[in-house]
Write a protein that binds this ligand. Structure first.
Ligand code: TXA
Ligand code: MG
Length: 346
């Protein structure tokens, strides 16, 4: 199959690209679309045959459920039930963060095919605020199931060319809207009624941070829950080995942890590129990729993060060494991805 990439950077191209995407999606095809987080591989969420094509193109195992994107936030009722005991806090949260990079796990409605939710009784829902994604979803007027547009387990794409590198020949169409704004996948939460404040369990850290969520309840990172509570969460896709480059990646906790082996080639993923942090001089780095030169800004690092991993993966070094990032705000999300990427794949 030939993969076509259509630009969206002037009004006429935008219209043509959106029309083409809507046509393909109506016909049960898959289309890669930009969102504000990463590019997604979209299909009509209520058409199981179309959704099956998403799994096939990504080689994604059927136990890993997809996120459903709503054309409008008011469409939530189409796909999910709203439990009474969280209705009020949910409304406040969606008012504040939708459309935007926040995904909420809720009980599913029967119309959502089991394939989308991997047979689970819940569905993960968000509404994107990307101009192109929105125009397509609203013209189609249907919820879109869209995982990140990469092969399963690989690095999420933040540009149309990254989608092409992942899925060329496997999908018919990519809409190109340049680099994505946040660079990291949406924050995924579950809301639990509790007194005096609702508990907001963060299943996947992302652009909406625990501090952002604090006014609405008590944010808790899933990985900080007790093991018996973690087991009850049913978050299948959160595999330990994920977001991984093909080159082995090692996340350091401190510079002392690393001694280069003679004859091996290493590349460094550095936060600020500042020798004072203690990593720049650890080895004769084959290549150094700095996420946010200077003082280090987490949003800038996030935008460059997956691009940097993708570039380092092309070098053919023996190992990518990653500096730790500050574990706050977007640093939480990047450290989450680095931890998963540094687990060896079988
Ligand atoms: O920013 C994003 O969320 C991007 C863009 C395209 O929207 N999408 C994305 O999708 O990152 P994906 O498939 O790469 O990651 C979705 C994750 C799954 O791996 C799974 O862990 C979780 O969402 N998920 C989906 N449905 C779930 C459910 N019912 N319960 C718990 N977790 C769920
Ligand atoms: Mg993904």
């Amino acid at each position: 199959m030939e993969t076509r990439t259509l630009p969206t950077d002037h009004p006429e191209a935008f219209r043509l690209a959106v029309d083409e995407a809507v046509r393909a999606l109506s016909a049960g095809e898959v289309v890669a679309l930009p969102t504000e987080t990463v590019y997604g591989l979209a299909a009509d969420a209520l058409n199981a045959d179309a959704v099956a094509k998403v799994f096939a193109a990504k080689e994604r195992p059927a136990f890993d459920p997809l996120i459903v994107h709503l054309p409008h936030k008011k469409d939530l009722d189409l796909v999910a039930e709203v439990p009474e005991d969280i209705a009020e806090v949910l409304k406040k949260i969606t008012e504040k963060f939708w459309p935007g990079p926040l995904t909420i796990v809720l009980p599913k409605k029967a119309v959502v095919p089991d394939l989308v939710t991997a047979g689970m009784p819940t569905v993960a829902v968000r509404a994107s605020n990307h101009l192109v994604f929105n125009r397509v979803a609203r013209s189609l007027d249907k919820p879109l199931a869209a995982p990140s547009a990469n092969r399963f387990g690989s690095i999420s794409p933040t540009s149309a060319s990254a989608v092409q590198a992942e899925l060329d020949g496997r999908i018919p169409l990519i809409l190109d809207a340049g680099a994505t704004m946040h660079g990291l996948e949406s924050t995924i939460i579950r809301i639990e009624a509790a007194k005096p404040k609702a508990r907001i369990i963060i299943l996947r850290p992302g652009p909406i941070t625990p501090d952002d969520l604090k006014p609405f309840g008590k944010p808790i990172l899933a990985r900080n829950l007790k093991p018996e509570e973690q087991e009850k969460l049913e978050a299948p896709g959160q595999l330990p080995s994920h977001y991984a480059p093909r080159t082995p990646l090692r996340l350091l906790e401190s510079p002392e942890e690393f001694t280069p082996e003679p004859g091996k080639k290493y590349a460094l993923l550095s936060y600020r590129g500042d020798p004072e942090d203690g990593y720049s001089d650890l080895a004769e780095w084959d290549h150094v990729m700095v996420l946010s030169p200077g003082k280090g800004k987490l949003p800038e690092a996030a935008v460059r993060f997956f691009f940097a991993l993708r570039e380092l993966d092309k070098l053919g070094v023996d190992e990518i060494i990653a500096e730790p990032l500050p574990e706050r705000e977007l640093g939480l999300a990047m450290m989450d991805r680095l931890r998963r990427a540094s687990v060896k794949r079988s």
